[in-house]
Design a protein around this ligand. Structure first.
Ligand SMILES: [Zn+2]
Length: 65
C-alpha cells in the first residue's frame, strides 16, 4: 500500500498517511492542528541506500491479505 508524506501548510508539520483508496486523499488532515490544508509530498525512494548494494527487508508492514 502506498504511503504518502504530507506537509501541513498552517503548522508545517509533516506526517505520513497510508492511502488505501484515492478517495481517501481528500480526507487527509493534519494530526496536529486538524487542518485539511496539507500538501502531498513524493515518497522518498529508499534514500538510505548504502553503497555496495544491500537489499534491506521492508519495514514491518501489517499482514497482507
Ligand atoms: Zn497542521
Amino acid at each position: 500500500m502506498p504511503i504518502y508524506e504530507y506537509a501541513c501548510a498552517p503548522c508545517g508539520k509533516t506526517f505520513e498517511e497510508l492511502v488505501i483508496r484515492r478517495s481517501d486523499e481528500v480526507e487527509v488532515r493534519c494530526p496536529g492542528c486538524g487542518s485539511a490544508d496539507v500538501a502531498r509530498r513524493m515518497s522518498r525512494p529508499a534514500a538510505a541506500r548504502a553503497s555496495g548494494g544491500g537489499s534491506v527487508p521492508p519495514r514491518g508492514c501489517g499482514p497482507v491479505g
